[in-house]
Design a protein around this ligand. Structure first.
Ligand code: ADP
Ligand code: ZN
Length: 210
């Protein structure tokens, strides 16, 4: 399958991507994760992206498109891919179309995760990542001090503070939400309710591919 997961920050794209990847064996391509890896490794790309990410703004399109182009060249993409957090602007979506046309493998579906802004704010302010194993935990549902899997310390992402979250939402509504209509017009948009349980959402997704 070749799929785009579309939706606001905190809509649950990353969580579903894990389940889809495990079930269908396709590559999970998260531009946010790739950028954070670059930040951590102190690469030139990471340094370029840092100030944008800190404020919740979008990293420039050319940086992102270059990164995606390189990623598509890796062998795991032959079994299909899940794009998570990309495209985020119409320009990125256009570039993606051109890339995929060149490789002769157009998108199957774009899955939109519908969710209210206020649900997002509450989810993201409670989101924590394990410093040791990377597991993502939400304090809305889990009340321990340490990672349930490995006991590691739970850390908050720098951009998961309320003011930055509000900014990320504003950026989403302004720059990314126009893609909903864009893909709907192409006839490949499918919607799902992002507030449902993880398992229910995954069942909805499986139903889209049968
Ligand atoms: P979320 O979806 O939770 O906001 P991501 O992990 O997808 O977070 O992205 C974190 C940050 O990385 C964004 O706020 C933005 O600065 C940058 N980023 C990620 N993907 C893109 C993209 N496709 N275009 C521009 N910036 C991006
Ligand atoms: Zn852990």
């Amino acid at each position: 399958m070749r799929t785009v997961l579309l939706g606001a920050p905190g809509a649950g794209k990353g969580t579903q991507a894990e389940d889809i990847k495990q079930h269908y064996g396709c590559a999970h391509i998260s531009t946010g994760d790739m950028l954070r890896e670059n930040l951590k490794a102190g690469t030139e790309l990471g340094n370029k992206a840092k100030s944008y990410m800190d404020s919740g703004a979008l990293v420039p399109d050319d940086v992102i498109i270059g990164m995606i182009e390189e990623r598509f060249a890796l062998p795991d993409c032959v079994n299909g891919f899940l794009l998570d957090g990309f495209p985020r602007t119409v320009l990125q979506a256009d570039a993606l179309d051109m890339l995929l046309n060149k490789m002769n493998c157009p998108l199957d579906v774009v899955i939109l995760f519908d969710i209210d802004d206020e649900v997002v704010v509450s989810r993201l302010t409670n989101r924590r990542t394990c410093s040791k194993c990377g597991k993502i935990t939400n304090l809305l549902y889990y009340h321990g001090e340490n990672c349930a899997d490995c006991g590691g310390i739970l850390l908050q992402r720098d951009d998961d503070r309320e003011q930055v979250i509000r900014n990320r939402l504003a950026v989403y509504n302004e720059q990314t939400a126009p893609l909903i209509e864009w893909y709907d017009k192409k006839g490949i948009l499918r919607r799902l309710d992002g507030t449902r349980d993880r398992k229910d959402i995954f069942n909805d997704i499986k139903a889209m591919f049968t």
